[in-house]
Design a protein around this ligand. Sequence first.
Ligand SMILES: NC(=O)c1ccc[n+]([C@@H]2O[C@H](COP(=O)([O-])OP(=O)(O)OC[C@H]3O[C@@H](n4cnc5c(N)ncnc54)[C@H](O)[C@@H]3O)[C@@H](O)[C@H]2O)c1
Ligand SMILES: [Fe+2]
Length: 406
Amino acid sequence: MTFELRMRAYRFLKLFMKPVVKLVPQPRPVVFVGPDSALRLCRMIGEFGFRRVLIVTDAMLVKLGLVAPLRHALVSQGLDVAVFDAILPDPTYPVVRQGHEAAVAHGSDAILAVGGGSSIDAAKVIAAMVTSGKAPEKLLGFFRLTKPMLPLFVVPTTAGTGSEVTVAAVLTDPVRHEKAAVVDPRIVPAAAALDAKLMQGMPPHITAATGMDALTHAVEAHLNVWPNAETAFHAVSTVRLVFANLPRAYANGADLEAREAMAIAAFFGGLAFTKAYVGYVHAFSHKIGGTYGVPHGLGNAITLPYVLDFIKDAPYAEARLAELAVAIGAGRADEPHAILAQRFVDRVRTLNREIGIPEKITQLHGDDIPAIARAAMIEANRDYPVPKRMKLNEAELLLRRMTVVA
Ligand SMILES: NC(=O)c1ccc[n+]([C@@H]2O[C@H](COP(=O)([O-])OP(=O)(O)OC[C@H]3O[C@@H](n4cnc5c(N)ncnc54)[C@H](O)[C@@H]3O)[C@@H](O)[C@H]2O)c1
Ligand SMILES: [Fe+2]
């Protein structure tokens, strides 16, 4: 089958995906919000009756002292707590296998993830491996969990991925340098704490990149063609919150109000894209992240304006971008959509500059572009209800614009 025929087949099959996605339930975690809400969540884990908890986290967060108070809150209730702190950004199959061994050796009856999307995603897969007995590779794809996972509680320490509420967990194949996702309503955590105190020490560059991930989730979900009133509310709210609060959180990490608003933005962004999906930005960024190790949020932040430039004249997308421009105060609803849409794209570029996001992907190499474009088009056509068709040569051109030499 030629590449173009394959893309057409994917787009045709998507017509059948829409009703399925509508019917699939979207479980939601119980949410604790506010300073010290993570400690309240830990007390609740004891009250729920769990006795052996595995904390899944990364060594950096242990070093920064973010994990010790939570561990203490569990231990002081008489719980047996083990810590698995080997998570690195973009968790791989071997890492989650090790985490699974740690959970089995400990006899854990619940897992507490403390960290960014990497720790939360790894914990989701570890929790699913414990009950299903499946290898991580066997959980990739849609609806592969045959049983509920081990109860999972999460404390996000970044405000970006929304993994605390999504049906997805992203893993990286360390040999093929590819990212793939486990997608299943059964991997939504049981409860989450949005505790901005744990985010106050996040360095500005991580604040910027992760915050732009939340924005990208909302924008892509809002431009996609499977909208409903609830996803629209979550997407528009996320966009407003990010524009109002990300520059503040970037400039002053201790700004608790801005940090909390960003945590809520990330959560709402997660809700929006779990139903309405992401689009070309994520398709490109997954390949760029898998190939060069570019952090997920940074890849999205750089790619977002280029993709919006491509999409903005599609009538449906133009109207939605115009709506976002009005939502962030960049214009009036009675102005022409084309002008408003362009203004929104310009505002994204300005925001990127304000928070130190570069305009190009330095690692992106011309020789790799055909393979990245091809893989990204497969992901986008197969998985996402994007508002405008992108041809392979257009994808390559877009990537060339993002290289430093272009
Ligand atoms: N499951 C989903 O729905 C979903 C959605 C988007 C992205 N993802 C995945 O999530 C991963 C990225 O997660 P992320 O962007 O949250 O980053 P991350 O978890 O990879 O963390 C990035 C870095 O930030 C550090 N860090 C985290 N919190 C900190 C804090 N409070 N203070 C200081 N340092 C801190 C970490 O130690 C790490 O070095 C990628 O693998 C991506 O593909 C998942
Ligand atoms: Fe993302």
